[in-house]
Design a protein. Structure first.
Length: 283
């Protein structure tokens, strides 16, 4: 697909006419982490009233329930989505399966990189928390506090584990996150740092297939011609949707709000949306 074939929209009304299943990102599409975007609450509810299947698909390192609770707190209507799939949920279920199969040793020391002390990514898993890279046996990067710390903080914390080749999982591959003080480096950037320090990282989330497979399974394995993925990241939402063989729509209200050279972004990531819309609003 070339940039000339991208259809420009002012909202998602036309998408609702063309597609039955919506895979929706949350940060940068529905809200900015602090408040909903204008028209987003109404648009999400309108999709459900129109009989659409709505699966929220997020690179949040938190499990599904805390994410859903936050949406309700922000004012989104209960029942305005069918399922919520987060990378943290996909990872948790993977670790839980490993533990059940005996592939994850009880008492494994886990260095968890999270936000606001959140431990939902590992609750009820057979890990023992450690706060240092010196004795960690597994590193789990679920979120960034890039608005509070610089990368040097994470370098000091992670270098000992990377030097010992401790396996690392990143459940939030986003390299940029939206915060109350503007865009800051995300968990994906911390994962890149771990690799630069000599460690290896398994990434779980968009654009990788597992999270799309999980979302489509919850949607009932629909005909992919009737599915559209809506997000604000070319690297994650659009590339992931391209790889999953579904239509994609790029919302310009999130991390690309101030970018004028979209064609260069598409070329950089070798990913092109079918649609570009100015907002996630029902018009």
């Amino acid at each position: 697909m070339s940039a000339k074939e991208i259809e420009r929209l002012d909202g998602i009304g036309l998408l609702a006419e063309r597609y039955q299943v919506f895979l929706l990102d949350q940060f940068g599409v529905l809200h900015d982490g602090q408040a909903p975007y204008s028209g987003a609450v109404e648009a999400l509810s309108a999709l459900k009233r129109a009989g659409k299947t709505v699966v929220l698909i997020s690179n949040s390192g938190k499990r599904a329930r805390p994410n859903e609770d936050r949406l309700l707190t922000l004012g989104f209507e209960a029942g305005s989505w069918d399922h919520f799939v987060s990378s943290g949920e996909v990872a948790w279920r993977r670790f839980d399966g490993m533990a059940a199969a005996g592939a994850l040793r009880p008492g494994t020391k886990c260095l968890l990189i999270s936000r606001d002390g959140d431990r939902s990514a590992i609750e009820r898993l057979p890990f023992i928390m450690t706060g240092t890279g010196e004795d960690a046996e597994l590193v789990l990067i679920s979120a960034s506090e890039g608005d509070r710390y610089d990368l040097e903080h994470y370098r000091r914390l992670l270098a000992p584990a990377a030097a010992r080749q401790v396996p690392c999982f990143c459940t939030n591959p986003d390299k940029i996150m939206l915060t109350s003080v503007g865009a800051r480096f995300g968990a994906g950037e911390i994962a890149d740092l771990y690799e630069n320090l000599g460690g290896s990282v398994t990434r779980i989330g968009k654009p990788y297939p597992a999270i799309f497979d999980a979302a489509l399974a919850l949607a009932g394995e629909p005909d992919r011609a009737g599915v559209v993925c809506v997000g604000d990241s070319v690297e994650h939402d659009i590339a992931g949707g391209n790889g999953a063989g579904i239509a994609t729509a790029l919302v310009l209200g999130g991390i690309l709000a101030d970018r004028s050279d979209l064609a260069a972004v598409f070329d950089e990531h070798d990913a092109w949306p079918d649609y570009v819309t100015t907002s996630f609003s029902f018009r």
